[in-house]
Design a protein around this ligand. Structure first.
Ligand SMILES: CC(C)(COP(=O)(O)OP(=O)(O)OC[C@H]1O[C@@H](n2cnc3c(N)ncnc32)[C@H](O)[C@@H]1OP(=O)(O)O)[C@@H](O)C(=O)NCCC(=O)NCCS
Length: 161
């Protein structure tokens, strides 16, 4: 992909808006393409709650990504961020993550925290490049075949610099 293409995909015809229950069929489709252990529809339904922020990234052809954030006291916990595999590496994940961070700051959160599978190098690179720092590990946090996989815990402070 050329630099010009990157900019075009990232900036034209895309909108971030609140996710609704009518988006869930498209969400589940992307979720199942993206994770070895996808969330069930009921898990998404449980997130339609006042202390959650659910975001849809929509292009001209429909939903291309989503994120689920839980606000716990003054911390935003990024529970899920996902871009359709057909649209990977076009800058969309970074764009949606920046929206999550800006919204959390606007809502008075002091930090964004998240867990990422130890093997998920592409997501970890995105987070680290956006200023997140690894603050610990949760051993065996994720199911992984017949075993378990560690989570890397990352945090971004939203304090004034
Ligand atoms: C992680 C994810 C959201 C990134 O979305 P994306 O739109 O493909 O990412 P972007 O194009 O915005 O890339 C941003 C940065 O992420 C990193 N990255 C993304 N894909 C990568 C890959 N395949 N290899 C290495 N680095 C990668 C790079 O640092 C990249 O910056 P660069 O292009 O300037 O090098 C996407 O891969 C995804 O949906 N994965 C499946 C779900 C998932 O794992 N979610 C995270 C759960 S913690």
């Amino acid at each position: 992909m050329r630099a010009g293409d990157y900019q075009r995909v990232a900036e034209v015809g895309l909108v971030v808006r609140p996710l609704t229950e009518t988006d869930l069929d498209a969400v589940i489709d992307i979720e199942r393409q993206s994770y070895s252990h996808p969330w069930a529809k009921g898990v998404f339904l449980d997130c339609f709650h006042p202390n959650y922020r659910l975001w849809a990234l929509e292009g001209s052809a429909g939903l291309v990504g989503y994120s689920i954030v839980s606000y716990q006291f003054d911390e935003a916990h990024l529970l899920n961020i996902c871009i359709s595999p057909a649209s990977h590496r076009c800058g969309l994940g970074r764009r949606l993550l920046r929206h999550v961070v800006a919204s959390a700051a606007h809502d008075g959160m002091v930090a964004v925290i998240l867990e990422v599978r130890a093997s998920n190098e592409q997501a970890a690179r995105l987070y680290l490049s956006e200023g997140f720092q690894e603050i610990g590990r949760r051993p065996g946090y994720y199911p992984d075949g017949s075993g378990r996989e560690d989570a890397r815990v990352m945090s971004l402070s939203l304090g004034q610099s």
